[in-house]
Write a protein of this length. Structure first.
Length: 148
């Protein structure tokens, strides 16, 4: 419309990064992979965090380690992961947020799997890299938790 200002989707990236509030969930998680059609059906509604990702080749479950231990033998297993919840909602049209987050973690050699939900993002990192990952994220927000 005439007179409307177009907002630059990059314009609030510094604000979004400054408001970054990462929170590590207390449990350890695992990525459990099954050939398409072989994954067990699970009721995950009471879980603090869980994800089921299906594609034409496989189904991957991201579940607490204690849940993974009770599952049938998977085709692949990647254990000792931690979930970082990025608290706070992000604007739908925000551009560059996940690129900045992944770059900060990659610069420190941190393994990462990023997952987006309807209103916030989640990161899986290796358990032994959790403290470093949290520090990198706090650094993006202008805070640091590790001594220099």
């Amino acid at each position: 419309m005439l007179g409307e200002q177009k907002v630059d989707p990059m314009s609030d990236l510094p604000g979004a990064l400054g408001g970054l509030r990462p929170r590590a969930l207390p449990d350890r998680y695992a990525l459990v992979g099954y050939t398409r059609g072989d994954a067990p059906e699970l009721e995950l509604g009471d879980e603090p965090f869980a994800c089921v990702l299906s594609d034409p080749f496989e189904t991957t479950l991201i579940v607490r380690a204690s849940v993974a231990e009770a599952l049938p033998e998977p085709a692949t297993l990647l254990a000792d992961r931690r979930v970082i919840l990025l608290e706070g909602q992000l604007d739908d049209d925000l551009v560059g947020f996940m690129a900045a987050v992944t770059a900060a973690l990659a610069d420190r050699g941190i393994w990462l799997l990023a997952l987006g939900a309807a209103t916030r993002d989640h990161l899986l990192v290796a358990d032994d890299q959790l403290v470093e990952a949290l520090d990198a994220l706090e650094g993006l927000a202008g805070r640091s938790t590790l001594p220099t």
